[in-house]
Design a protein around this ligand. Structure first.
Ligand SMILES: C[S@@+](CC[C@H](N)C(=O)[O-])C[C@H]1O[C@@H](n2cnc3c(N)ncnc32)[C@H](O)[C@@H]1O
Length: 428
């Protein structure tokens, strides 16, 4: 399907999704992909998604805006294709991931600093864990709470020793990259796994015997792999990336004028990124208090019910009104009574982001989004349709909406493979 033309009947596409040729949007091959493999970020789209999106533009874009940076896929691909980009990311660990990938250290400097870290490990003096992590979840380190803990004492101490040694480095880029790589091994040396709904203990975690040697081995392997990735781009000219750290709803006006935007916002599926990346945030010292944790949750898009937000009723479209009526009628059967307000807040937030973006994009620019539907008590939240209707009320032209993937609903949402993920293309 040629998506470059204007002749597409966007409405009919919104109603009767066809299977598109852009099926491989998921981050499936992440562990074999240079840079993507630095951390497992399940919610990333593939590099191909960005390349395909850039190819939709009738001219070569010069500046791409991504308000929901995540692991930095948009910026990474843009910088390798000679396109300037601006990424906004609210999660400080993920913002460092973007920065490490798009403003990278060189191989030699990275390895030299890694050796320096290893050489200082034996001199590091750690504060008692209960003092440093007074407000962290009690289960973080052995002995944990009620017999449950995420790291054994030996593993926890080894991670923090590395971290302290990294913090002493003077080279900012190497420091950031090593911290990100350390973040990338945390789940592997812990007793938990991360899935679509958050974190849970491994089924046999009590039988696992992860030690400090595992931390050494995995961290070294991660550094060597990263060094190999950096080697591959050693002679490439990368275009600059600007990173804005914080909430895109209030930061988008700071972007310089762009001519394309490619992004994937959180989906309205009650997935809380602050929760899912809690392990990295607390262990690596990005969060030091419960208040900081709450502030971060509040700064994220209203796609979850983990924080109480002030709910507004700004955006209305026929599809949204219909969905909200159904959700309100089913309130008693929803796993959280605040879901109707969350869904309303979610679209209000996206309205805000889209209208901010519209002001930061030149005329006839494309906005390419990967969005996902959700379902509560059997009621579908048709994200792409609501966004299509909303975009039209904002004077944006809906170019296309192609189904790119079926996503599995969580157990709470029905657990089957029925929810659509859609690529929506708008034009300013
Ligand atoms: C679906 S992920 C983006 C994935 C990204 N396209 C990639 O390939 O890595 C959505 C991201 O939006 C971020 N986010 C949520 N609320 C935000 C906000 N208000 N401002 C900026 N970023 C936000 C989340 O932390 C998460 O990293």
């Amino acid at each position: 399907m040629d998506l470059r033309g204007d002749a597409l009947n966007a409405k009919s596409l919104l109603v009767g999704f066809g299977e598109s040729p852009y099926a491989s949007t998921s981050n499936g091959g992440w562990s074999e992909t240079p840079f993507q493999r630095w951390i497992k970020f399940k919610e990333a789209y593939s590099q191909r998604f960005v390349r395909d999106a850039l190819a939709l533009s009738k001219f070569t874009p010069t500046h791409c805006i991504d308000p929901f940076g995540g692991s930095g896929t948009t910026s990474l691909v843009c910088s390798q294709q000679g396109i300037r980009s601006t990424s906004i990311e609210v999660n400080p660990f993920l913002a460092d991931v973007i920065s490490a990938k798009t403003n990278p250290s060189d191989r030699k400097t990275l390895l030299r600093n890694f050796e320096r870290v290893r050489a200082t490990l034996s001199q590091v003096q750690l504060q008692p864990l209960d003092r440093t992590f007074r407000e962290a979840p009690k289960t973080l380190f052995e002995p944990g709470l009620n017999g449950r803990f995420i790291y054994t004492k030996a593993v926890g101490v080894r991670i923090l020793t590395y971290l302290a040694a990294i913090e002493q480095l003077r080279d900012g880029k190497a420091k950031r990259t090593l911290k990100v790589l350390l973040g990338g091994i945390l789940v592997s040396v812990s007793n938990i796994v991360v899935n679509g709904k958050g974190r849970r203990y491994r089924s046999n975690w009590q039988a696992r015997s992860t030690t400090a040697v595992d931390v050494d081995r995995l961290f070294e392997a991660a550094v060597m792999q990263c060094a190999a990735d950096l080697d591959e781009i050693a002679n490439s000219a990368l275009s600059p990336t600007t990173l804005l750290r914080g909430d895109c709803r209030s930061l988008i006006h700071k972007c310089s004028i762009g001519d394309i935007s490619i992004f994937s916002p959180p989906y309205p599926n009650s997935f809380d990124y602050t929760d899912v990346y809690n392990l990295e945030l607390w262990t690596l010292g990005y969060l030091k208090s419960r208040n900081q944790n709450l502030s971060l949750r509040r700064a994220t898009l209203r796609s979850h019910v983990q924080a109480t937000f002030e709910y507004s009723r700004v955006t209305r479209t026929p599809q949204l009104t219909k969905t909200l009526k159904k959700l309100e009628r089913a309130r008693e059967h929803l796993w959280d009574r605040r879901i109707p307000e969350m869904v309303q807040g979610y679209f209000d937030d996206l309205h805000l982001v889209l209208s901010g973006l519209t002001r930061r994009l030149a005329r006839r620019s494309l906005i390419v989004m990967a969005v996902g539907d959700s379902r509560y008590a059997g009621i579908n939240v048709r994200t792409a349709e609501v966004l299509g209707e909303m975009a039209e009320t904002m004077g944006l032209h809906v170019v296309s909406a192609d189904r790119i993937r079926q996503i599995r609903a969580s157990a709470q949402h029905g657990g089957d493979r029925e929810l659509a993920e859609t690529r929506v293309v708008l034009r300013t």
